[in-house]
Design a protein around this ligand. Structure first.
Ligand SMILES: Cc1cc2nc3c(=O)[nH]c(=O)nc-3n(C[C@H](O)[C@H](O)[C@H](O)COP(=O)(O)OP(=O)(O)OC[C@H]3O[C@@H](n4cnc5c(N)ncnc54)[C@H](O)[C@@H]3O)c2cc1C
Length: 405
């Protein structure tokens, strides 16, 4: 009998959780599972701000997929997905084509530059491990080049976006820049570190008090905030901003864009109904009209009871994957009940460097400072536990050699 073909796209929080959950099942020879991912490794996106400043090495944030997966139960294909043809039930990749009976899509987010002129060409970002590593190299290059000038003018490092990712990056930068400056012989006072945010507060996704706290902590570390400020365009050497109707050009030596993410371009190019690379899925996480296609992680749009879309994050990505796997198994085994996705809020914490953080607990309590930072570190390991159990934590604690080439 021809086996039923299940294909999983993407090995991020969602896709890897789904793969490892399916790997544990006794599905026998009747089901063939294939995971397609463009890298040979899974990376922890939630640590990428640490890679961007050199606190984490590439290998510290990555896991070799061939070591994580039971390759007798899961075929791993290292390839880039270029198209989903739902009529033919076919996945196209750079190097081949793969037929599916069931599909789980977990391709994650991409940068949204909001069509701001110059952003695509000149901005750095930290959405993937490669982008974060590239940013760290550029920080070193920029500092080195500056050290070879007469250092009369300040060096402008500008972070676009004061949301979760922007604040986490600023937190790490304020701690690492003094060390990096010492290494290359620059007076750290010469660095002007700026944050530009469109909203009137940083961390607009959190309570106002938490945003205020984060801003005060970062201001103590000499970050200059431009709130309620629109970025109009970017060139290699300057950025045009608009604040209260006034347009101004400020010099920039290095610009990092953390403000915009959207879903995946392959989703928009498919014939599934989508908006900005995301698909609004049904309660069972399938695409309306496609009961054999599950969408999970950042590319799945799902709303709370008030109709507001849940913010994409790692926790919800993992939870979606677990629900999708349950429902897929119901379909494969033709027994059991399909489950609607129900989000269990476990709280959210944003770090402000190694020893400080802000967040909300699952009971809605605001937390700050050292205790929030400790909880954040624990929750990072809880993510590993939820994705791959104790063995993933063990692997992380025992990482010795490079896995990502
Ligand atoms: C710097 C940063 C910090 C964050 N911090 C937190 C945090 O503290 N807490 C939190 O909850 N969330 C955080 N997030 C958000 C969180 O990381 C995402 O919501 C989460 O990664 C979504 O999981 P996913 O599986 O949908 O996508 P991803 O984890 O991005 O995985 C997508 C996978 O698909 C692969 N892929 C992409 N395109 C292709 C293709 N064409 N072909 C094949 N494979 C492809 C990628 O290589 C990747 O492995 C952070 C995000 C960033 C960028």
């Amino acid at each position: 009998m021809t086996p039923i073909k299940v294909i999983i796209l993407g090995a991020g929080y969602a896709g890897l959780t789904a793969s490892l959950q399916l790997q544990k099942q006794r599905l026998g020879d009747q089901v063939e599972i294939t995971l397609i991912n463009k890298n040979t490794y899974h990376y922890q996106t939630i640590w990428l701000h640490r890679n961007a400043v050199g606190v984490n090495s590439r290998e510290a944030s990555a896991f070799n997929l061939r070591k994580l997966l039971d390759l007798k139960r899961i075929n791993f294909v290292n390839d880039c997905v270029t198209a989903i043809d739902s009529d033919q039930q076919m996945i196209k990749t750079t190097n081949g084509e793969y037929q599916y009976d069931y599909l789980i899509v977990g391709l994650g987010s991409e940068i949204d530059s909001f069509q701001i002129p110059g952003l695509k060409e000149h901005a750095y970002s930290i959405t993937t491990l490669s982008q974060s590593s590239r940013l760290f190299e550029q920080i070193l290059t920029t500092l080195n080049q500056y050290s070879q000038t007469n250092m009369n003018k300040p060096l402008h490092l500008v972070i676009g976006g004061g949301g979760f990712t922007g604040v986490e990056l600023l937190g790490e930068l304020t701690e690492q820049l003094p060390k990096l400056c010492r290494q290359v012989g620059i007076d750290e006072q010469k660095i002007k570190l700026m944050s530009i945010e469109y909203e009137p507060t940083v961390l607009p996704e959190f309570d106002l008090e938490l945003g205020e706290y984060a801003m005060q902590q970062l201001e103590k570390r000499h970050v200059e905030f431009y709130l309620g400020t629109k970025i109009k365009s970017l060139s290699q050497t300057s950025i045009k901003i608009e604040q209260s109707g006034l347009v101004e050009d400020i010099p920039v030596d290095l610009f990092v864009w953390t403000a915009g993410v959207k879903g995946h371009h392959v989703i928009d190019q498919s014939d599934f109904p989508s908006e900005l690379g995301r698909i609004e899925v049904g309660a069972d996480l399938t695409v309306p009209g496609h009961p054999n296609v599950f969408v999970i992680g950042d590319v799945a749009l799902i709303r709370d009871q008030e109709g507001t879309p849940y913010l994409p994050n790692a926790d919800i990505a993992i939870q979606k994957a677990r629900t999708a796997v349950h429902n897929l198994l119901v379909k494969l085994n033709q027994k059991g009940q399909l489950k609607p996705f129900v989000f269990k809020n476990r709280g959210t914490i944003a770090s402000i460097g190694a020893q400080d953080a802000i967040g909300m607990t699952r009971k809605g309590k605001k937390i700050f400072g050292r205790s929030a930072s400790i909880l954040k570190k624990i929750s990072d390991y809880v993510f590993l536990l939820q994705i791959g159990g104790l063995s993933l934590i063990w692997l992380q604690l025992n990482k010795k050699k490079s896995v990502n080439k």
